[in-house]
Design a protein around this ligand. Structure first.
Ligand SMILES: [Zn+2]
Length: 471
């Protein structure tokens, strides 16, 4: 009889079947996981950590003084909460200083626009840059333009991010953000502005990382807010030439030392085998990084802390990793993957919280195919939280996912991305937007998954190891 069918059906049958010795999880473990879930739903440790990180540290862009304070904060909190092997493992990060950005339409109808430099943008000359605006929707449309239409002008990417529960619109608006300035520079543009990769209807631009192409002179790069992008489009719709004046004082300032902060709840028997729970410690600088990713730090920490209080503790170790510099090049995730490459086979499963603290609705799992029944058993304990099994397309997230090509299985807790992308990388990503009840639901899901993963006999198998490409 397939456990797969049972997991979605009768609880009494599940009890009978899972008590058999061959099952990876016994009834005692499932009962403890249900208790853990209910304890998490009455616990505000994660909410309190989110309050503390956003209030006492605030913005923590990689390499900034806030980033250094966040590392110290993390070590102190993990020790105070009773974690073992608490350490800050050094990570070198790039340092970029935002400065001030301004944008105004100078013709046909002068207006001031809300704007933010994209991460990594260079400054404009002190007197600013003034030029005519050329709208394009996509990178491909830009690449198809004759040079004479782009050269000497400001390229404006107009594509609007759609709202959806799975956040899929983000994937389509990120490419112009990441390389729009680089591509525009190749055709001789003097600057790039974009409708933001985000859905806020406030006059709050969504910032984010962008990169220049090697060997091309860089040009300044900016995100408008959505209402300001509308304004620019309205003026363009008049058919008259629209001119924009941009100024910016951002600069690069070498490198800085940051750290991945790690803490553990040691397993009761298989101490060397770890379940990795990840979140990133850095944030963009416009808000206080409440949902991106202070809640993630709070959620994984609280889940591990609750597991430490379970009886008995699970067999394997729960390791929380607060990654350095996710936003600006995954420095911490790459350092962790390099540092722990030789111990990768002891990494039994990884999952990450980096989509804010919104309503959980699904679980995906990329594990060895013969371990999918175990995933369904774990999901059955999440059912009262409204978490459905949604298949095998799990990524592990930006940071933890770096371990997937090395063979580590991953799961993703799917949460409602629609409200998240109203706040993402904006000045509005602040603590008042955090709902304690939704934080608790996320903690409950993470605690159940991590506890059962740490307890399950035999683990989740291994994923195919991606062959290394030559540098
Ligand atoms: Zn994030």
């Amino acid at each position: 009889m397939s456990l797969l069918r049972l997991a979605s059906g009768c609880a009494a049958c599940l009890l009978t079947v899972t008590s058999l010795a061959a099952e990876p999880l016994g009834e005692a473990a499932l009962a403890e996981a249900r208790i853990l879930r209910e304890r998490a739903l009455a616990d505000d440790t994660a909410y309190e950590l989110t309050r503390s990180l956003t209030t006492e540290v605030g913005p923590r862009l990689a390499g900034s003084p806030g980033d250094a304070r966040a590392v110290a904060w993390s070590v102190e909190k993990l020790k105070a909460l009773g974690f073992s092997n608490v350490r800050a493992e050094p990570v070198t990060v790039p340092r970029w200083i935002r400065g001030e950005a301004r944008a105004e339409i100078t013709a046909p109808w002068p207006q001031t626009l809300a704007v933010a430099a994209l991460g990594g943008s260079i400054a404009t000359p002190a007197e600013g840059i003034e030029a005519e605006v050329v709208p394009v929707t996509t990178l491909d449309e830009l690449k198809a333009q004759p040079r004479e239409r782009i050269a000497g002008r400001i390229v404006f990417f107009t594509a609007r991010m759609g709202r959806s529960r799975d956040g899929s619109g983000y994937g389509t608006t990120v490419p112009p953000r990441g390389s729009g300035a680089a591509e525009a520079a190749k055709l001789g543009a003097v600057a790039m502005v974009m409708r933001p990769a985000g859905t806020s209807t406030s006059r709050t631009p969504h910032t984010g990382a962008q990169r220049y192409a090697d060997g091309m002179p860089p040009i300044p790069a900016f995100a408008l807010s959505n209402p300001d992008a509308d304004m620019l489009e309205q003026q363009l719709a008049s058919g008259q030439p629209v001119r924009l004046k941009l100024s910016n004082t951002s600069r690069w300032d070498g490198e800085a030392q940051s750290a991945n902060v790690i803490g553990e709840i040691p397993g009761r028997s298989h101490k060397d085998e770890v379940i990795v729970l990840g979140a990133h410690l850095d944030s963009w600088d416009l808000g206080t990084g409440a949902h991106d990713d202070a809640t993630g730090v709070g959620i994984i920490t609280a889940a591990a802390k609750l597991i430490a209080e379970s009886k008995p503790r699970p067999k394997r170790t729960i390791r929380v990793v607060f990654y350095a510099n996710e936003e600006f090049g995954l420095s911490g995730a790459k350092a962790y993957a390099a540092n722990y490459q030789d111990a990768i086979d002891q990494h039994v499963l990884g999952l990450e919280s980096d989509l804010g603290a919104f309503r959980p609705y699904g679980l995906t799992a990329r594990v060895a195919p013969d371990k999918l029944p175990l995933v369904r058993t774990i999901q059955s304990v999440l059912e009262p939280l409204g978490v459905a099994y949604l298949g095998t397309e799990a990524s592990g997230g930006a940071d933890v996912g770096q371990l997937r090509p090395l063979g580590m299985p991953v799961m993703d807790l799917k949460t409602d991305a629609e409200p998240y992308f109203d706040l993402h990388h904006t000045a509005n990503d602040t603590f008042d937007k955090v709902d304690p009840l939704l934080v608790r639901q996320n903690v409950a899901a993470f605690a159940v998954i991590a506890y059962l993963a740490a307890e399950a006999e035999g683990g989740f198998g291994r994923l195919p190891v991606a062959s290394k490409t030559a540098p």
